[in-house]
Design a protein around this ligand. Structure first.
Ligand code: SER
Length: 318
């Protein structure tokens, strides 16, 4: 049976993943961790929750050993736009915590799942149907930490036989916890503002295509990959995954099917636009399909219907 420790449990992915893991593996087999202990939060209240600063290696190891975990899902990280504000500090946070996760996994003989990103690619990677294996020279600190992470995951697998698994997530669109400081965040904010204000001002320009995925598919992705047959996994660094390649006008058109008066305008942020311009338009996900049957359920319109329904219900509850 899997006993799973999750870092960064209160973040955009963690806050939904922990709930699903508890349903699938049982309340006692999921150890959610985070740096804060907010009140009235299901991640904290409805199962095991421990305070953990993942920079603190000793505490990280102590908790992994105390609960005898055999899977670590390491989610704590600084996202792309935030990392550009303070590149050196972001390097330290992303890399130091990754090394702690790798070492704790090695010592406790645990599988390690990490999140890589479309941000691991750079301006001279092929833009369309970006292959699994290709040139990777990112121009952001976030991307540099992701490439280094992928190399280290390969290294720990080859040298120490740590069962490392990872995906290159695209922009993730969610309705529980908003993302903090990413370039693809516009694709989340647009839905909140569509319902709250009837309009949205995008910091990413029209015709900027980026890969995206709805959070339920991202959660499925993580669970499918940690359940995958180890012998079939060749790409231990990280797999390309995506559910759609979209730009702001496409989301607006999809929203207008439900809210015909929705208005999208633009105030482009040059920093985040530059980051977006350096990333692929669309990833080739065929290797993930081949090695562990990667699949997704939500296309743009299906995601839009669900996002608006869930956010509308949340508004109704307030
Ligand atoms: N969503 C992330 C970001 O924009 C990309 O992986 O930083």
């Amino acid at each position: 049976m899997k006993r799973i420790l999750v870092t960064g449990s209160l973040g955009q992915i963690g806050s939904e993943l922990v709930i699903e893991l508890r349903k699938k593996y049982g309340i006692d087999n999921v150890i959610a961790t985070g740096r804060r202990k907010p009140i009235n939060n299901p991640v904290v209240d409805d199962g095991i929750y421990e305070l953990l600063d993942v920079n603190d290696y000793d505490e990280f190891l102590r908790l992994a050993q105390k609960y005898q975990v055999n899977v670590i899902i390491h989610l704590a990280a600084v996202l792309s736009a935030k990392a550009e504000e303070n590149p050196l500090a972001s390097w330290h946070i992303n890399m130091d915590t990754l090394l702690n996760a790798l070492e704790v996994s090695r010592i406790t003989n645990s599988m390690l799942f990490t999140c890589s990103s479309i941000g691991a690619f750079g301006p001279n990677s092929p833009k369309d149907h970006t292959p699994q294996d290709t040139i990777m020279r990112p121009t952001t600190m976030y991307g540099i930490t992701k490439v280094a992470q992928e190399l280290l995951c390969d290294y720990y697998f080859l040298k120490y036989n740590v069962d490392t698994r990872s995906v290159r997530f695209p922009g993730l669109i969610s309705n529980v916890t908003k993302p903090g400081g990413g370039t693809t965040d516009y694709a989340v904010h647009i839905y909140y503002d569509a319902l709250e204000k009837g309009k949205y001002t995008s910091f990413i320009d029209k015709n900027t295509y980026l890969d995206m995925m709805y959070m339920p598919d991202a959660i499925k992705c993580i669970i499918d990959l940690i359940e995958a047959d180890a012998n079939k996994l060749i790409h231990r660094n990280a797999y390309n995954v995506s559910a759609m390649s979209i730009e702001p006008e496409m989301i607006a058109t999809s929203i207008k099917k439900h809210l015909p008066n929705f208005v999208l305008d633009y105030e482009v942020d040059p920093i985040r636009q530059n980051i977006a311009n350096s990333w692929p338009n669309s990833l080739d996900t065929s290797i993930a399909k081949k090695e562990w049957n990667f699949s997704y359920q939500y296309d743009l319109d299906k995601m839009t219907s669900d996002m608006l329904k869930v956010l509308q219900n949340k508004k109704g509850c307030k």
